[in-house]
Design a protein around this ligand. Structure first.
Ligand code: GDP
Ligand code: MN
Length: 376
């Protein structure tokens, strides 16, 4: 789950990372008032859940309250990479002597978090990684101990010469790691972390992505969720307690069990097809779940056929079959459907489905091949 910059900055503040004063507003008038209150130059920043706002014109420095109002007016409602700006952050501007990058991400292959730091901040880190990878310093962290002082100092020391600055950066790195850990983040990033001409270090951007699987114990963060940037199918699936990931292909999949869903997608690929989604309808298969699942899949215009692959263990095939019959009655399905059911109460299920206009497949291979053929 992504959260907005202003929300991430709130987490930074709580974690003791220096962040300039700022507030989020929804009207040009409110931007004017805040700029007046702060005096001096303010940054007016689009709050959308995509990177590169600066380049897209979503970050402006306003020298006067009037300018703040004008920029807020221009930025509110702006389209940035397909997302509409509904809020802007008005924040005290900071003078920049140097822009630094620091980030913590989960390194899955090392099975540990890694802190990355670079003196080439301000630009996208992917770009630095591509063009000047030697400018990125990395240190893996043992989650039992967190970011230790010698690690943060070594990283900070590679970024700046002035020891007073290095100490501030080192402290910020340790605090950033703490934010990463306590929020169950998959990423916590400051780009840029700014060194001012007088040698102070301040975070002027903030990005935190929270691991979806940890939201059950992060109610405060879950409350920050903004669904506007998320795939509507995935949002609906989550509400219905279905695991769903949209993909680019044309064969829709309805499967029970994550392992079987993975195997189904693999097999579709093996036979030259492209799955349109990953969908695990889970152990119990209530008709409502099946209806929701089918509706989500059908809302994708790329889908040309649907393959339903059920292995009945605890899930009974006849339950699924009844769910399907109910679902089909409720909706007008104009796509070919291939179904393969096997396991508990398979016979009953086949009887229930016999009256429906479906392609039944005796094996998974047959089903996949048929679904691909029908999709093309
Ligand atoms: P992003 O483009 O979405 O990453 O947004 P950022 O918050 O990182 O802002 C982009 C760029 O705008 C920064 O790299 C800075 O160069 C500039 N910027 C943002 N805030 C300030 C500020 O307070 N003062 C100055 N001088 N520049 C700023
Ligand atoms: Mn940035």
């Amino acid at each position: 789950m992504k959260i907005h910059e202003y929300q991430a900055k709130e987490l930074f503040r709580k974690g003791g990372i220096p962040v300039p004063r700022g507030e989020v507003v929804t009207t040009p008038e409110a931007a004017y008032d805040l700029a007046k209150e702060y005096g001096g130059t303010v940054a007016v920043k689009a709050q959308v859940l995509v990177g590169g706002r600066g380049k897209a014109g979503g970050v402006k420095l306003a020298k006067t309250p009037d300018e703040a109002r004008q920029y807020a007016e221009a930025i509110l409602g702006m389209d940035i990479k397909g997302l509409t700006v509904e809020r802007v952050l008005v924040t005290e501007a900071v003078d920049i002597a140097k822009e630094i990058y620091v980030g913590v991400i989960m390194d899955r292959s090392a099975q540990k978090p890694v802190i990355m730091a670079s003196a080439a901040g301000g630009v996208e880190i992917e770009e630095v990684a591509r063009e000047t990878p030697e400018l990125i310093h990395r240190t893996h962290i043992d989650p039992r101990y967190g970011a230790l002082a010698f690690q943060s100092r070594a990283l900070a020391g590679a970024l700046h010469e002035d020891f007073k600055v290095v100490r501030q950066i080192a402290a910020i790195i340790e605090k950033l790691y703490d934010v990463f850990e306590t929020t169950d983040a998959s990423l916590a990033e400051i780009n840029p972390l700014v060194v001012t001409p007088s040698g102070e270090v301040v975070a002027i951007d903030a990005k935190v992505n929270v691991d979806d699987s940890a939201l059950y114990r992060q109610a405060d963060l879950e409350a920050m969720r903004d669904l506007s940037a998320e795939d509507s199918g995935e949002v609906e699936a989550r509400k219905a307690d279905l695991s769903f990931v949209r993909l680019q292909g044309n064969v829709g999949c309805v499967v029970n069990g994550a392992g079987l869903a993975m195997a189904t997608m693999d097999l579709i690929k093996t036979y030259g097809g492209e799955p349109a989604n990953f969908l695990d309808i889970g152990g119990s298969s209530s008709p409502e779940k099946v209806v929701t699942a089918l509706n989500i899949i059908l809302s994708d215009p790329n889908v040309k056929s649907i393959f339903i692959n059920i292995f009945g263990g605890i899930t009974r095939c006849d339950d699924v079959a009844r769910g399907l019959v109910t679902a089909f009655k409720e909706m007008d399905l104009n796509l070919p459907i291939v179904i393969r059911l096997t396991g508990t109460n398979e016979k009953e299920a086949k009887e229930i489905l016999s009256e429906m206009d479906l392609h039944t497949a005796p094996t998974m291979d047959d089903g996949v091949k048929k679904a691909i053929e029908l999709a093309n």
